[in-house]
Write a protein that binds this ligand. Structure first.
Ligand code: FES
Ligand SMILES: [Fe+2]
Length: 353
């Protein structure tokens, strides 16, 4: 007779689904690289499904409007930039940087209503958009993107579209227990958590690392070589990963000096359900005493970090796919720092009704 086995197949139902918590709009989100928007040109972007057009005037200033003409709703990004205005490509209605309609070429008299304008802020090569309550924008500007503005560091962009909710990105970076995923790039590394702290809108975790087997690839060796410098015995290394809502930073320091590695990341939701994001980031490595050394190993550092981020992108996309297939967050988290982080993301985001 067949024995029937009763299995607890259904995981606990999680009441609050973190993947249905929207990024809070009352913050600045990276929307484009400055280099992507040339003078006199426009760029069509999306923030959480909202179409936005970024406009750079010939004089170099940037403004952002909703990407639809108030007349017949076609995207303004198909129009042209004229002086300090954007002119729709269909009947030529013109809008200024505040979204006000300032000209209808074939009509005199009272002008129609315009379109929504968003606060924008350009910092360290990134254009930021403030999608929420504009009255809060000024006081919430980011002031530095990791070590990007520090000339003692060499910096590269991290730039990719990821088909995953922004919360997966925060959790992935925060949880260094996933070094197993990167075993082909790094060999076997064991992360030890040194402590954690959190506040109303931030959470932080600290780690140190030991190699348990395998050896460093050229790229990892290049970064570690830069970090350790001449003193191979320096072992008080500490990695600090911090979510300062809505951004994330990672610093890695040897002993008590400046970080030798500094990463800044921002995740901008793309679609209305926020199941995809564009990740903007900077990875900065402190220049060693012999400056050309870092330039020489830079291609290896680039290859190494790209491989790591590729693996992270693949795995968070698998997490999103599992969430979509299961229709909810079946996540079974066990690591206290990630539990802190999940609470923080719930607290700071907007729960979708
Ligand atoms: S649709 Fe834009 S001017 Fe008519
Ligand atoms: Fe990773």
């Amino acid at each position: 007779m067949l024995q029937s086995v009763v299995q607890d197949e259904k995981p606990r139902k999680v009441e609050r689904d973190l993947r249905r918590v929207d990024a809070h709009p009352d913050h600045w989100y990276p929307i484009a690289w400055s280099r992507e928007l040339k003078p006199g040109k426009m760029l069509a972007r999306k923030y959480a499904g909202e179409p936005v057009v970024l406009v750079r005037t010939v004089a170099g200033g940037v403004f952002a409007l909703e990407d639809r003409c108030a007349h017949r709703q076609v995207p303004l990004s198909h129009g042209v930039v004229k002086g300090c205005t954007v002119r729709c490509g269909y009947h030529g209605w013109a809008y200024d940087e505040a979204g006000k309609c300032v000209d209808v070429p074939y009509l005199g008299g009272r002008l129609p209503n315009g379109v929504k304008a968003y606060p924008v802020h350009e910092l360290d090569g990134v254009i930021f958009l403030f999608p929420g309550n504009a009255a809060l924008a000024e006081g919430r500007r980011p002031h530095a993107l990791g070590a990007r503005g520090d000339r003692r560091y060499k910096t590269r962009e991290l730039n990719r579209e990821v088909a995953a909710h922004y919360t997966f990105m925060h959790e992935n970076l925060f949880d260094m227990n996933h070094q197993f995923l990167h075993r082909r790039q790094m060999g076997m590394i064991k992360a030890s958590c040194l402590g954690r702290e959190s506040g109303e809108d931030w959470a932080e975790v600290r780690y140190t690392f030991d190699r348990t087997s395998g050896s460093a690839t050229i790229g990892e060796g290049a970064i570690l070589g830069m970090m350790r410098g001449v003193d191979e015995s320096a072992r008080n290394d500490q990695m600090i990963i911090r979510t300062d809502y809505p951004y994330q930073t990672l610093t890695f320091a040897m002993d008590d000096g400046d970080p030798v590695l500094s990463v800044w990341l921002g995740y901008t939701p793309l679609d209305m359900e926020q199941r995809s994001n564009r990740t903007f980031g900077y990875l900065s490595v402190k220049r060693p005493k012999i400056p050309l050394l870092l330039d020489a190993v830079w291609p290896f550092i680039t290859m190494f970090t790209e491989s790591i981020f590729k693996e992270d992108k693949e795995v968070v996309e698998m997490e999103q796919a599992a969430h979509d297939a299961q229709g909810g967050d079946w996540n079974n988290e066990v690591f206290p720092p990630i539990k802190d982080l999940r609470e923080l993301l719930l607290r700071c985001g907007v729960i979708r009704p």
